[in-house]
Design a protein around this ligand. Sequence first.
Ligand SMILES: *Cc1c(COP(=O)(O)O)cnc(C)c1O
Length: 819
Amino acid sequence: MFTNKENFKQEFKQRLIGKTGRQMHEVTEDDVYAALGSMIRERIGSDWAATNRAYTEQGERQVYYFSMEFLIGRLLGNNLLNLGVLDTVREGLGELGWDLEDIEEYEADAGLGNGGLGRLAACFLDSLASLGYAGHGNGIRYKYGLFEQKIIDGHQVELPDYWLQKGNVWEVRRDDKKVNVQFWGNVESHEVNGRLVYETQNSETVWAVPYDVPVVGYENSAVNTLRLWSAESAANPARDFGGAGSNYYNFLDYKRSVETVSEFLYPDDSNYEGKLLRLKQEYFLCSAGVQSVIRTFDKLHLPYTQLAERVAIHINDTHPTLVIPELMRILMDEKGFGWEEAWDIVSHTVSYTNHTILSEALEMWPEQMIRELLPRVYMIIEELNARFCGMLLKQYPGDQDRVSRMAIIESGQVKMAHLAIYGSYSVNGVAALHTDILKNREMKDFYELYPDRFNNKTNGITHRRWLMHANPDLENVIDHTIGTAWKKQPDQLNELLKYANDAVVQDKIRHVKLKNKERLASYIYKKHGVSVDTNSIFDVQVKRLHAYKRQLLNALHIMDLYNRIKEEPSLEITPRTFIFGAKAAPGYYMAKQIIKLINNIAQTVNNDPQTKDRLNVFFLENYSVSLAEKIVPAADVSEQISTAGKEASGTGNMKLMMNGALTVGTLDGANVEMYESLGDEGMYLFGLRIEEVEKYYREGGYSAQAIYNSDERVKKVLDQLIQPGPFCQNGQSFDPIYHSLLSHNDEYFVLRDFASYADAQTQIGLDYQDSKLWTSKSILNIAKSGRFAGDRTIKEYATEIWGVNPANMASRSGLQGNH
Ligand SMILES: *Cc1c(COP(=O)(O)O)cnc(C)c1O
């Protein structure tokens, strides 16, 4: 394997020619990507094997992070970075005539997630490996990732994201590790040695085939595994479809129906309707994942009473909650344990992260559906419910209300969060405020019952992807200012504080930001044909489109700015470029209306000669990890403006902070903790506090109509939603938006927070003019962002939830001193 630039070039050229059968001048950039990717993948192989050996030998508890989503994005750049060969490869490729950044664009962005929850899982994998913890991902290898978004005539259009079309150089198919998963059927019981044994008959069998993706740690030789399961038909065409009355086409139909299990990622991050296929997917992940965990444990030849000491199963939200009854099933039906022993093992193995307080997103399944699709699992859930309710009745005699509130099965629905809390030894929220809401409101009954079970783990992001890889120029400035210790200990970024007002450092920081803005501006020029003023404020709101995230508040404010300039053409305002990126769930009508509105606003303000030098709006299509990596380093202002109490944590806020953007935000999610670190000096707070929001919800008292009547600016903007004018061209109208605000009394307090938001924006405009002041705030943000590094979060999970220590990579057998 190469150790310097020269032998990299040598080896790479050989491989490129060997792989393509072309001469050097004939190869395409696609060829270069494929050859480089496979070369790096192979380089990882020996470390991968050695890491697994080290973990087994050292006997540390293995953590399995189960998640229906892993929004990992591209891997080439990050793998090169973590392997410590990024510069060697960049320079070597450069000398061969290719630009690494261009080559990276040939990798499909693995969009196996919707948004924050899936991206969190990806950041956690990076931190687990980089800190040397034995922590692995378990997910689904969706054939189609999150849809690709096109904007056509201002509307969102969804195209399938066939990310595997050109293959995936990182994955390794492991046929030897496939397991089968059973659906449907009927449960039979018989007695064996005086014990009732259950068996499911006439079930449909689906193969779960794992594809393993290496997760490379940062300069520590550790390589963990992300195991993604793919569904395949277990039928034998000749045996099962060869008989009379059957034919080959039945087999093809059957095969296709089985494969749908891992075909699509559900493009919705907030609520799941009663979709049988989604339930199938969840069980598919849980069953395959748990079986594979058990197989690995079996190789240790230890009694199952030690399972919990050796294995931690963590579930990312309730979607993988079925691991609880599935592990019960395996321990009882396959390993011969009685109920109590099995429960003791399970409830010391599983831990759970809650991600949301939006009631519509609390996952429930019709009892009937689980009973039919997963008959044995249903029996176990029913028994768990009976035991849990029995225990509650003893604990709270006579309090029937409380028992039915807390029950796992109630009114024909199975409540996954209740099952998850009951079966887990730890339940955590994802930011301090969110955990408080869980304890004191949403899961109050459970907190009273199990006070020690609840804890907070404020989310974090990997500074390797979001700073070092996405913003190498900033990385450089930081290195030259405070040294490189922050890379292994991101809280060392705090050292930058001393330089917040240093003129030389400020200059460098400004220069980096400008360069990043120029890069984004040229991307915008390519996509929209508009030249952007890079001295304008780049004001960024990038995240899933959702009413509670209030892209609408941002949009209405831009309409107001437009109106003000039109009324007073000489108005002095700091030029602004508003940048949006957001996918809407395909069935979410209101979200799609908001996308259209933003695009109408863009059309008008970007083309009006009176505004286009001061206001620009761009809706960048197909927001994804790789697009985020282009936008985040270029942002001056970060919009984190959700209604207080609605955003569990947010992680976009952290990425932008780490790249020196200043936040305009509400006291919601992790913004609260950002504010603790930054104070008024480093952040622009506005809007209702959560107590005020709750008071309004409890007591009423808020009238959107009253604000409409009393605030002329608001009235004008709202009227423009439904009247012909600058934002409703050609007979369009945004009736549903208008009515959500007025007839339905503005559930998310957009109008209530409008004036306060506009004031904060005015202050931002003024402060930006004072570039010393602005840059010092920007440096303050970077300096304080170490607290939001995923490494901090993962250390907390490791010590406080899983009880695991980093493996000793140096002493592992075989590969000492590999780097
Ligand atoms: C970070 C990230 C998110 C989450 O953003 P929030 O602002 O926390 O909602 C969503 N999508 C992508 C692609 C991301 O990188």
